[in-house]
Design a protein around this ligand. Structure first.
Ligand code: 3PG
Length: 185
């Protein structure tokens, strides 16, 4: 199993997907992979999400993860559906410990120095910076990255095709996430 750092370096943009209809899963995954997006984050925000993960995981070249994973129960369900990485909007100790014990690549959300310190205490140093724009944007991430120079981030939330390059130019940023990627497909 890859580690989260290797996955974050695979491609600069991770599509964040909110999908209602499982019939859309495979065509959308194929289209995104063809556009150079092998990593696909399927959020657990729709009743169909677990089925969508299972469907997308069958698409050649797709590395399908679950997003909006809130607790160990969501984690288990995502892993059973075939999720190959796990993204959460924030970091709790129960989820962090369960994700680490499972061995799955795990990208928890952080928005403050305290969040990052709790992650470091668990042995984590790769984070989603969420909600990236609302939490202060590029100046906030630069300020947070300075004392935590060993950490790397995937900013997500409010990023667009136009602003993604500004984020990706930061040394602390390995990739960005966003729902805009799939919007036109
Ligand atoms: C997420 O789940 O990571 C965000 O809701 C995605 O944010 P965006 O829709 O602003 O890209």
């Amino acid at each position: 199993m890859s580690n989260i750092d290797a996955l974050m370096r695979l491609s600069p943009v991770i599509p964040v997907l909110v999908i209602e209809d499982p019939a859309r899963a495979q065509p959308l995954a194929r289209a995104l992979v063809a556009k150079g997006h092998p990593l696909l984050e399927v959020t657990l925000r729709t009743p169909a999400a677990l089925e969508v993960i299972a469907e997308m995981a069958r698409v050649e070249g797709a590395i399908v993860g679950a997003g909006t994973v809130l607790n160990p129960r969501d984690l288990d369900a995502s892993l059973k559906a075939g999720a190959q990485f796990i993204v959460s909007p924030g970091l709790t100790e129960p989820l962090g410990r369960a994700a680490i014990a499972s061995g799955v690549p795990f990208l928890p959300g952080v928005a403050s120095a305290g969040d990052i310190m709790r992650g470091l205490d668990l042995g984590l140093d790769r984070f989603k910076f969420f909600p990236a724009v609302a939490a202060g944007g590029i100046p906030a991430l630069k300020a947070l990255a300075a004392p935590f120079h060993q950490c790397r981030f995937c900013p997500t939330g409010g990023i667009s095709e136009a602003t993604a390059p500004d984020w990706l130019a930061l040394e602390a940023v390995l990739c960005v996430g966003g729902s805009w990627v799939a919007a036109g497909i």
